[in-house]
Design a protein around this ligand. Structure first.
Ligand SMILES: Nc1ncnc2c1ncn2[C@@H]1O[C@H](COP(=O)(O)OP(=O)(O)OP(=O)(O)O)[C@@H](O)[C@H]1O
Length: 273
């Protein structure tokens, strides 16, 4: 970084240093992660620490590996038989590939997808799906989980009188918040979100963004987004990917005001992508 740039952006530099000093503990650490689809390499030497109770945004142009990376964090990527990985992802001190079962990992590292994907069941049944997998059977306990999850997903007031109605009767934005409630009901620690608002209107998007801000006090959130304003609005840290490589990872304010790499600067200033 040149001194000229520092002079132009002293606030960003100070904030960045302050955050570094007060860094939160790492929850997920990627170490020299490489990934191939068959013979085609999609991720190169990704080293990245995701910190507790932070929103980490992943940005970059189409095809740069954002979805591949986030789907690797809960091993959803393994649904593709041609995928091969090298390196490690350490979650709470254990390697997700070798020291977790997929089931154990996915209850702790949940995922919300681009398109809302409720089950073809009632609102209530959608939320109790996870707790039932955990073996919870008592109706009073399930009722409590349903209310808490729907409240935490900021949708309780809109659905409390129609819990036993079909989830498909909800709007797209409500369905997405229901899917977040379903993820919360598993009691994960980390929530991965792959472009969770790209299929939603601006009002629903604003609600989900507000919700993400509220959830980060209890959860660690990783969000892939094409929308740079969204990353700037809601994330604490931002990772910029390009051609399968992690180009820059820093405090969001730094990435958007004073990035260290010219490629990041070109991307965030809209010169490509
Ligand atoms: N199932 C697959 N089989 C083979 N190659 C794949 C597969 N999925 C993704 N790829 C390739 O891996 C690279 C990264 O794709 P990925 O979907 O992770 O990018 P992305 O940054 O999430 O893109 P977008 O923003 O368009 O969703 C691309 O070159 C893509 O063509």
């Amino acid at each position: 970084m040149t001194s000229a740039v520092i002079e132009h952006q002293p606030e960003a530099e100070l904030i960045s240093e302050e955050f570094t000093v007060n860094a939160k503990p790492s929850v997920i650490q990627s170490k020299d992660l490489n990934l191939w689809y068959g013979d085609s390499q999609a991720l190169y030497d990704i080293n990245m620490d995701i910190q507790e109770n932070q929103v980490t945004a992943i940005i970059g142009p189409s095809g740069c590996g954002k979805s591949t990376y986030i789907k690797t964090l809960n091993r959803l990527i393994e649904l593709n038989d041609s995928v091969r990985t090298e390196g490690e992802i350490i979650y709470r001190g254990r390697d997700i590939f070798r020291e977790y079962s997929v089931e154990e990992l996915r209850t702790q590292v949940g995922m919300v997808f681009q398109k809302p994907n409720p089950l073809p069941k009632t609102i209530y049944e959608n939320v109790v799906y996870g707790p039932r997998v955990h073996g919870i059977r008592k109706k009073a306990v399930l009722d409590e989980i349903v209310e808490k999850s729907l409240r935490d997903a900021a949708i309780w007031d809109e659905v409390k009188d129609r819990l036993h109605k079909d989830a498909y009767g909800l709007s797209g934005g409500q369905q997405q918040r229901l899917c977040i409630a379903r993820t919360l009901a598993f009691e994960p620690e980390v929530i991965l979100m792959d472009e969770p608002t790209s299929a939603l209107d601006p009002i629903s998007t604003a609600k989900i963004e507000e919700l993400i801000q509220q959830l980060k006090s209890q959860y660690t959130i990783v969000i892939v987004t094409h929308n740079m304003q969204q990353a700037a609005r809601i994330s604490d840290k931002t990772a910029f990917f390009l051609n399968g490589k992690l180009i820059e990872f820093d405090q969001t304010v730094k990435i958007f005001s004073n990035p260290s790499d010219n490629r990041t600067e070109d991307y965030v200033s809209g010169r490509f992508g």
